[in-house]
Design a protein around this ligand. Structure first.
Ligand code: SF4
Length: 299
């Protein structure tokens, strides 16, 4: 007698955010034309997608080490953006630049620039809640007038002069809960230091496409017996979302590609969910779902 096969569902909210999708589409369009195509840093933190684009002809430049002056071809600026100094340097080198900075990041750069100029007048600071050295943060710092401080966690609050005017922003990919906690602490600290005279403005700049994914993966993880989470090994968003999934469903397994899927994960499972990070291509999730279906049929 045939036994009932488990259902395999791909998370409808998983896959590229609009900024990454836009950058990849721009790259594909460039790759369909004759000149060489380079990307300044990894266009997306996913090995399989990088390999696909590499097979189409895209080459990745190391932001720190490669000499862009030697490049003959077009250079893509990825969704994270770059500081103005990068654009100036590439322009001086005569390179053709294709700017695929996410529009959400561009708006944040403009807001940081404006706030930073205001804080120069008011002798205050811009606070950026994010990862020091992250390319998006470097782009934000490059748009400030030198009065921005990057803070990674609430524990670093003592690096800020809370008696001064402050304009607070977050990297678009920060964890919303951690940013809210940080903002509460900075407001409380400034009120304690300056009372009613405190001048702190909090800007809500975590990207909604990121913050929505946390509650989304929670629900998805709870509604399946097993979750296979597909993510590049260097994707911090993948680590974050798969961690949430694991907390809600202990039968969560993280894979980078079909080769890592194991049939024993699906014993007694009636429903299997396949999800991924904002850097995971949908085609890869389909491949993994196909492999799972093949395994459970052969079981
Ligand atoms: S996470 Fe948001 S801000 Fe960042 S690239 Fe994607 S859409 Fe743009």
């Amino acid at each position: 007698m045939d036994h009932l096969l488990p259902k395999v569902e791909i998370d409808p909210s998983a896959g590229f955010c609009s900024g990454v999708k836009r950058a990849i589409e721009a790259t594909e369009q460039l790759l369909s034309q004759p000149d060489d195509v380079f990307c300044l840093g990894e266009i997306v933190h996913n090995e399989a997608e990088l390999e696909r684009l590499n097979n189409l002809g895209m080459k990745i430049l190391n932001r720190e080490k490669d000499n862009t002056g030697d490049i003959k071809g077009r250079i893509i600026i990825r969704a994270h953006g770059e500081p103005p100094s990068t654009f100036e340097r590439l322009q001086a080198e005569g390179t053709t630049v294709v700017d695929a900075t996410c529009p959400v990041v561009i708006r944040l750069q403009q807001r940081v620039k404006k706030a930073s100029a205001e804080m120069m007048e008011a002798r205050g600071s811009v606070i950026i809640f994010g990862k020091p050295g992250h390319p998006e943060v470097q782009g934000l710092l490059g748009n400030s007038s030198g009065n921005a401080i990057v803070i990674r966690a609430v524990e670093e609050l003592d690096r800020i002069d809370l008696t001064r005017p402050l304009r607070v922003f977050s990297q678009t990919t920060s964890d919303l809960g951690a940013y809210n906690k940080f903002c509460e602490a900075i407001l409380a600290g400034a009120a304690k230091a300056s009372g009613e005279k405190s001048d702190v403005i909090i800007n809500q700049t975590v990207c909604s496409q990121m913050s929505r994914r946390g509650p989304g993966i929670e629900q998805f993880a709870l509604s399946h017996d097993v979750i296979v989470f597909v993510s590049g090994s260097g994707s911090s968003n993948g680590k974050y979302l798969s961690g949430i999934s694991k907390a809600k469903n202990s039968r969560t397994y993280v894979v980078t590609d079909t080769g890592q899927v194991k049939p024993e994960w699906f014993v007694n499972a009636l429903s299997i969910g396949v999800s991924g990070a904002t850097s995971t291509p949908v085609w890869l999730m389909h491949q993994v779902a196909g492999e799972i279906t093949r395994m459970i049929k052969n079981d």
